[in-house]
Ligand binder design. Structure first.
Ligand code: CA
Length: 290
């Protein structure tokens, strides 16, 4: 590239000099015109040469989006079967993408406002099902603007990979403030993960800012047969390559997003009483990909 610019510059300079030469005895007008023509031809050749630039690598293949919940068309992409106390609303005050997000608010002793991934926004139970061996990546964004922090024993879940029917999920994200895990390891205030092995602290989790979660999972009801890897704001925070992710005896798993808390326990928590009893968050940009 540099070389080509230099040659072009030289040729243009030569052409400029030739333009100033007046025909005289030693240089006939015809001769001069021929020289100019030669330089112009050389210039055209240089300019026409293909650039010596390596071709750009092809863009990375964009993952196939299998489902989306972006709140741009109401609750399209979700269903509200099993929503609990309050159906999330579509708002435009705090948004991650587009012009709308989903608002989840639980005041007082209310315990659940959760959306199920899949469906047309109605209350018909129409989850996207993940059966044995199914592997997917689920991404979504969450903005928590007020929160009663939970603690082990008082669930405060904002994402869960739930088995059909009843029973606790084998993969859930919790917002807890607790200083020690059950096995004596340090805990913390922030994002905790509940899985088949128990509960553990994973990362700090600031309020009043958007967080992007990405959860790659493999569903399995077999001991050690499933897996998960979780990113918070593009940073890996937790993973387990061999873990059961669906409780035994269940046919499929599905995704619930919103807030599911042990309202009564949280509200009677003396430390939290002073703050408020209301938790509120926004959801947006939920995407399921292969
Ligand atoms: Ca949106």
């Amino acid at each position: 590239m540099k070389e080509r610019e230099a040659v072009t510059h030289d040729l243009e300079a030569a052409l400029g000099k030739l333009a100033q030469v007046k025909p005289r005895d030693s240089v006939s007008g015809q001769n001069l015109a021929a020289r100019k023509e030669k330089v112009r031809a050389a210039l055209a050749t240089v300019k026409a040469e293909p650039l010596d630039v390596p071709p750009l690598p092809p863009p990375p293949p964009s993952p196939t989006i299998l489902a989306e919940g972006n709140f741009e068309n109401g609750l399209q992409g979700w269903n509200t079967a099993g929503v609990g106390d309050a159906i999330p609303t579509v708002v435009s005050d705090i948004v991650r993408e587009g012009s709308h997000s989903g608002r989840v608010i639980l005041p007082g002793f209310q315990g659940r406002a959760e959306l199920i991934l899949g469906g047309d926004g109605s209350s018909a139970f129409n989850p996207i099902k993940f059966t044995e061996g199914g592997e997917r990546t689920y991404a979504f964004s969450v903005f928590v603007d007020q929160l009663i922090w939970g603690h082990p024993g008082a669930h405060n879940i904002f994402f869960q990979l739930k088995g059909d029917g009843t029973g606790s999920p084998l993969l859930a994200l919790q917002l807890w403030n607790w200083m020690q895990e059950s096995d004596g390891k340090p805990g913390g205030k922030g994002l905790w993960i509940s899985d088949a092995t128990g509960d553990y602290y994973a990362a700090p989790f600031a309020l009043n800012t958007w967080h992007d979660l990405k959860i790659k999972f493999k569903v399995s009801g077999l001991s050690g047969g499933g897996s998960y890897a979780i990113e918070l704001d593009s940073t890996p925070i937790a993973s387990n390559p061999h873990i059961q992710t669906l409780a035994s005896g269940h046919e499929y798993a599905y995704i619930k997003d919103g807030l599911y808390r042990n309202g009564a326990v949280l509200a009677s928590d003396a430390a939290n009483q002073e703050i408020s009893s209301t938790s509120e968050l926004r959801l947006d940009a939920a995407r399921l990909s292969a």
